[in-house]
Design a protein around this ligand. Sequence first.
Ligand SMILES: *[C@@H]1O[C@H](CO)[C@@H](O)[C@H](O)[C@H]1NC(C)=O
Ligand SMILES: *[C@@H]1O[C@H](CO)[C@@H](O)[C@H](O)[C@H]1NC(C)=O
Ligand SMILES: *[C@@H]1O[C@H](CO)[C@@H](O)[C@H](O)[C@H]1NC(C)=O
Ligand SMILES: *[C@@H]1O[C@H](CO)[C@@H](O)[C@H](O)[C@H]1NC(C)=O
Ligand SMILES: *[C@@H]1O[C@H](CO)[C@@H](O)[C@H](O)[C@H]1NC(C)=O
Ligand SMILES: *[C@@H]1O[C@H](CO)[C@@H](O)[C@H](O)[C@H]1NC(C)=O
Ligand SMILES: *[C@@H]1O[C@H](CO)[C@@H](O)[C@H](O)[C@H]1NC(C)=O
Ligand SMILES: *[C@@H]1O[C@H](CO)[C@@H](O)[C@H](O)[C@H]1NC(C)=O
Ligand SMILES: *[C@@H]1O[C@H](CO)[C@@H](O)[C@H](O)[C@H]1NC(C)=O
Ligand SMILES: *[C@@H]1O[C@H](CO)[C@@H](O)[C@H](O)[C@H]1NC(C)=O
Ligand SMILES: *[C@@H]1O[C@H](CO)[C@@H](O)[C@H](O)[C@H]1NC(C)=O
Ligand SMILES: *[C@@H]1O[C@H](CO)[C@@H](O)[C@H](O)[C@H]1NC(C)=O
Length: 414
Amino acid sequence: MNKSNLMAQLIACSLILGLVRAVTLELKVGNSTCIKAILSASFSITYNTTNTSTTVQVDLPDSTTVDAGSSSCGNDGRPVLLVGVFGPGHTLGLFFSNNGSMYSVDMLSLQYNLSDRSLFPFANSSDVVTVITESVGMWAWLNTTYRCVSPVSVPVGGAIVTFSEVRMEAYMTQEDLSPVESVCTADQAGTTAAPTTASPTATPVPTPGPQGLPERGNYSVTKGNDTCLMARMGLQLNITYTSQSQNNTVQKVVNIHPNLTVSSGTCGPSISTLVLDHEGNTNISFTFTLNTQSNKYHLSGLMLVAYWPDMREPVSVSNSNLTYLASSLGRSYSCNSEQRLIIAEAFSINTFRLQVQPFAVTSNQFATAEECQMDQDQMLIPIVVGAALSGLVLVVLIAYLIGRKRSNAGYQTI
Ligand SMILES: *[C@@H]1O[C@H](CO)[C@@H](O)[C@H](O)[C@H]1NC(C)=O
Ligand SMILES: *[C@@H]1O[C@H](CO)[C@@H](O)[C@H](O)[C@H]1NC(C)=O
Ligand SMILES: *[C@@H]1O[C@H](CO)[C@@H](O)[C@H](O)[C@H]1NC(C)=O
Ligand SMILES: *[C@@H]1O[C@H](CO)[C@@H](O)[C@H](O)[C@H]1NC(C)=O
Ligand SMILES: *[C@@H]1O[C@H](CO)[C@@H](O)[C@H](O)[C@H]1NC(C)=O
Ligand SMILES: *[C@@H]1O[C@H](CO)[C@@H](O)[C@H](O)[C@H]1NC(C)=O
Ligand SMILES: *[C@@H]1O[C@H](CO)[C@@H](O)[C@H](O)[C@H]1NC(C)=O
Ligand SMILES: *[C@@H]1O[C@H](CO)[C@@H](O)[C@H](O)[C@H]1NC(C)=O
Ligand SMILES: *[C@@H]1O[C@H](CO)[C@@H](O)[C@H](O)[C@H]1NC(C)=O
Ligand SMILES: *[C@@H]1O[C@H](CO)[C@@H](O)[C@H](O)[C@H]1NC(C)=O
Ligand SMILES: *[C@@H]1O[C@H](CO)[C@@H](O)[C@H](O)[C@H]1NC(C)=O
Ligand SMILES: *[C@@H]1O[C@H](CO)[C@@H](O)[C@H](O)[C@H]1NC(C)=O
């Protein structure tokens, strides 16, 4: 590919909107722009130091430029890709695809160079680390600008990328961003402050009052044309976090609304993952593991990344040592009763009317369910009560018969 033909350009500007710093990345082929992105991004990266591990917060700096060599408008058979580069070999990559009516960010990559001691002091490694994710949840209609002012966090490997103030378009046919916008669900939900008030002191949007039971949603993952993972459940999150407005630790119970949730994931021979993106600011990833020896599976891991308008910082919780929702290969797992899945001290999930099958789904249908203990116990109650009642009837009957026999005997002696 002819690099000189491809002109990459950067216009960086600091928007004076609180502390938000937007970077403009523009990729051109010839003199027409194919991708333009105006965005702010920050990265939460955990790395090892000599004696412990540390998490740093890195902002995508103004000095970020488009890496013309690795970016591509897709006209040379390579994927459509925008790569921003900053510092000594740190990069952020956005891979795009389109299906004729919509385009989306298919994959997000983050590369960081631990040799950079200004960002990673005391790192005990000099590696260049690359992490990627395929669940990004950014999509828009073709010929429109993707707009997402609200902060949206995306877990990428062990790092978290938080985007905000995003306006971007790929597969552009015009000189500049289309005036027509595809607004992300986080912005539609109106859960965030308007752009002009996006300063740290912005008035927090009040969270809804006490909630009823969560609505039951249908979520699935497909592989090729086939559904390979199915889940039907009502979900309620119970999170403890530091509130910006109350300057204090608060505990919130929040229902997941199925129609504000986008599901994605992957299916493998022994590990399947379901990722739910709620309102663009809450990302829950369920990992199921199949033991191929015993043909039993269970929920082995769960990761939550949430960045709600009132949170002082993104909340990221994960536990990869869980043993919930256990069932057998070829069966689904079902639990109508409420179940509380404790993930960490500050985070639990309540499930309602749950049925899930992470492996061996055939023809888009749940296989026979294995019921949870609680449901079995509830089934047992009518049986026990019934048995007790028939026992009682029997006792009364026997007592009556004995009593009658005695009185008969009594009459005979007279
Ligand atoms: C695009 O570039 C070509 C030369 O490479 C030039 O002739 C043409 O006028 C340019 N078009 C615009 C709209 O600037
Ligand atoms: C930190 O070191 C541990 C133990 O060697 C390793 O398992 C882990 O992957 C390292 N973490 C990072 C972020 O490099
Ligand atoms: C880790 O090492 C640094 C310097 O190498 C030292 O200042 C710090 O006290 C050590 N921390 C622990 C917990 O040992
Ligand atoms: C880096 O530190 C981690 C613990 O923080 C340790 O497990 C690992 O072995 C260290 N790696 C190297 C290359 O020293
Ligand atoms: C990583 O940083 C070191 C030191 O700054 C530099 O020598 C090296 O070339 C960088 N690696 C990459 C892949 O850019
Ligand atoms: C393109 O993808 C979107 C979202 O995945 C979907 O809703 C739409 O039906 C697809 N369109 C075509 C023509 O496949
Ligand atoms: C986008 O715009 C171009 C040029 O105006 C047009 O050729 C194309 O059909 C449009 N695509 C869609 C999906 O509307
Ligand atoms: C998916 O379905 C389409 C049409 O129904 C078919 O042409 C295609 O081969 C299928 N792909 C796979 C991987 O089964
Ligand atoms: C939320 O979690 C706390 C403890 O972390 C617990 O006391 C409380 O009962 C939970 N609330 C719900 C509705 O699950
Ligand atoms: C938040 O609380 C801490 C201690 O509880 C206090 O030092 C700080 O000034 C408070 N910040 C604001 C903005 O009220
Ligand atoms: C979800 O969709 C239903 C109907 O499609 C609607 O009644 C309901 O208000 C929606 N819920 C939310 C939270 O938008
Ligand atoms: C995972 O759980 C088991 C049993 O509950 C425990 O023995 C083990 O230490 C845990 N491992 C980690 C890494 O927490």
